[in-house]
Design a protein around this ligand. Structure first.
Ligand SMILES: Cc1ncc(C[n+]2csc(CCOP(=O)(O)OP(=O)(O)O)c2C)c(N)n1
Length: 598
């Protein structure tokens, strides 16, 4: 059976076919759809975890018990999971453990760009890199074979293009595998220093065996070609090479760590020049140069940003292999649009007030980071998931007061890595204000569930974590839960907190406008319209940054444009109406509401 699948869907299909038992993940673009698609197979026990470290540990435990386990995350997630990732190297993964890291060259949706092949080398794991959807499925089987045979976790490195591009995939049946169970062995599973020291040599021997194995593994392959310039490539870059110089001899690395150095040496033997065309860092190039193989790579190709057919061609021109040709620049097919809060987003009101109060805002990673952009301009720092509270505490220490300092953090991010920051703030008596923006979901990555959502991935009911009770248990005693659609209340609660020397926690309680799981009426009501007879053209409504509000064609007597509301986009949240100084924005009656709820 053939199907057209994205790389992420193909990994999920591979998990089904190659008998995976347990799958865990924390969402993050470009990896999110892997678990979403694995969850479609009831044979696999799959669940979102509160963060990547926990997801890794659950999969690791399942592999200790002899289950085929996979854990999925975006590249920065591996930083969060780095402790168990590196530590388990000395233990191994008897049931088979595959760690999918989806890297994001070009930073399409990430705060940084990092080449996680280095993590494989750092921890002494093999790194497998598929180039297309068919490989993304097939290599899963090989990854488990290697993991089980060598008792080693495997880093399965995808990149945005491989994750999201679609291709034809031959699909097969599920190969059911047994779960062997746990065989107690404290010297292996309990990493006391005295045990770990003994395992160190074992891990080195394992790497040696892996180095021998990769020399003949069919994960690597040679495409014969003409001429005496040899190309070494990997991942999606292989596709660009085949498109641009299809006749060149190519050594395609399906395993980029350890590299099949001797096989490459043999390939290079009759070549005048060896070119390494790889995305991001000179990983292959450095490994080969260390092994004494003469090659060139980053001399011609960039070491940052995403590769494309154009960058591959530009490097070939620099290397003198291709002649420069005059090209006509093609206009971007899509007009760029800055990201903004959706209509009805519960974060809008909070940021409108923070902006008005000119607070120092240490924000975090999520939809609410958009509050840092114009016109709200309310976000002074944003580093990585969970950093907001710690950064706010640090600023307060340096200033000797927490007054006026706010940490804004989403519900998913708070559960991911914000809780310990709050615990530290309590312990430090930091007088900052923490706003937990509870929209019931992990919105930015597409509405994935978390322990505060009250549901499992398979739709069944789950215990719903209560944020106020959690914060109280962490030692906070000034906790307020507010409706962020109520602008006056939001302003007075925020003002009081910002002017205090005590630690205040404010929890907002409106669901995300796009994923109102329990009650659509909480976020979708009759829309508003502008009464143009009353509009004075002050544009106060535009300062709340809602895509439903724009300029009308009509002007006031003084020549100012009046406001207009797109009633199809408007969710009826009322924030714009509350900030209008002349009450010119009015709710349409239910009977008038042509955009009926489905
Ligand atoms: C370590 C890490 N894991 C995953 C991500 C991807 N990611 C970006 S924001 C976010 C969470 C957003 O959810 P939440 O905090 O609830 O805010 P919301 O988007 O719902 O407003 C995630 C998972 C990331 N940037 N870093």
């Amino acid at each position: 059976m053939k199907q057209i699948l994205s790389g992420n869907e193909s990994v999920a299909r591979g998990c089904y076919e190659y008998g995976v038992h347990i799958a865990t993940a924390y969402p993050g673009t470009p990896s999110t759809e892997v678990l979403e698609n694995i969850a479609k197979f009831p044979e696999i026990n799959s669940e979102w975890c509160p963060n990547e470290k926990v997801a890794f540990e659950v999969a690791m435990g399942a592999a200790f018990e002899g289950a085929r386990s996979i854990v999925v995350m975006k590249h920065v997630g591996l930083n969060v999971a780095a402790d168990p990732f590196v530590s388990v190297s000395l233990i191994g993964a008897p049931g088979g453990l595959v760690v999918v890291s989806a890297d994001d060259p070009g930073m399409h949706s990430s705060q940084n760009e990092q080449d996680n092949r280095f993590y494989a080398k750092f921890a002494g794991y093999p790194c497998i890199e598929p180039s297309d959807s068919q490989e993304a499925k097939e290599f899963i089987g090989q990854a488990f074979d290697i993991s089980i045979r060598f008792d080693v976790p495997v880093l399965y490195r995808m990149t945005t293009r491989v994750c999201h591009s679609k291709g034809i995939v031959s699909c097969g049946e599920r190969n059911e595998c047994g779960i062997a169970g746990f065989f107690p062995n404290p010297q292996k599973f309990v990493v006391l220093p005295s045990h770990a020291r003994l395992r160190r040599q074992w891990a080195d021997d394992r790497l040696q065996k892996l180095m021998e194995f990769v020399e003949t593994s069919d994960l690597n392959r040679i495409d014969d070609g003409n001429g005496d310039i040899g190309i070494i490539t990997h991942g999606v870059t292989y596709q660009y090479v085949k498109e641009i110089i299809p006749d060149f001899p190519v050594f395609k690395c399906g395993i980029t760590y350890p590299l099949p150095v001797e096989a490459i040496r043999k390939f290079a033997h009759d070549k005048k020049q060896l070119l390494i065309i790889e995305e991001l860092e000179p990983f292959i190039e450095s490994e080969l140069k260390t092994a004494g193989i003469r090659c060139e790579g980053k001399k011609y190709w960039p070491h940052c940003g995403e590769m494309s057919p154009d960058t591959v061609t530009a490097g070939l021109i620099l290397a003198g292999i291709r002649k420069a040709v005059k090209t006509v620049p093609v206009p971007e097919p899509v007009i760029p649009r800055p990201p903004v809060f959706c209509p009805g987003c519960p974060h809008r009101g909070v940021y409108y007030i923070l902006s008005k109060l000119k607070a120092r805002v240490c924000t975090d990673i999520g939809c609410y980071t958009l509050g840092a952009l114009p016109p709200l301009n309310s976000g002074d720092t944003c580093v990585e998931m969970g950093a907001s509270i710690g950064v706010a505490v640090g600023m307060a220490k340096a200033r000797k007061t927490g007054r006026g300092i706010v940490a804004t953090i989403g519900d998913s991010t708070f559960l991911h890595s914000g809780m310990t920051g709050l615990l530290n703030a309590v312990n430090d008596n930091a007088g900052i204000t923490v706003i937990i923006m509870d929209n019931s979901i992990t919105a930015m990555t597409g509405g994935q569930l978390h322990p505060g959502s009250g549901r499992h991935l398979n739709g069944s009911e789950a215990p719903k974590m209560q944020f106020a009770a959690l914060c109280q248990a962490l030692g906070c005693d000034r906790i307020k839960v507010i409706d962020p659609y109520e602008i006056k209340q939001t302003e007075s609660v925020l003002k009081e907190a910002l002017n205090s020397d005590e630690l205040s926690v404010i929890i907002t309680n409106r669901p995300c406008a796009l994923y109102p799981h329990e009650n659509r009426r909480l976020v979708r009501q009759a829309p508003f319209r502008v009464n143009e007879d009353q509009c004075i053209g002050c544009h106060a409504c535009m300062r709340v940054s809602c895509p439903a509000v724009s300029e009308s064609d009509n002007r006031t007597a003084k020549g100012k444009t009046k406001s207009h509301i797109d009633t199809v986009l408007c969710t009826g949240c009322s924030v714009c109406a509350q900030v209008c100084p002349v009450n010119a924005i009015e709710r349409m009656s239910e009977n008038n509401d042509f955009r009926k709820d489905p």
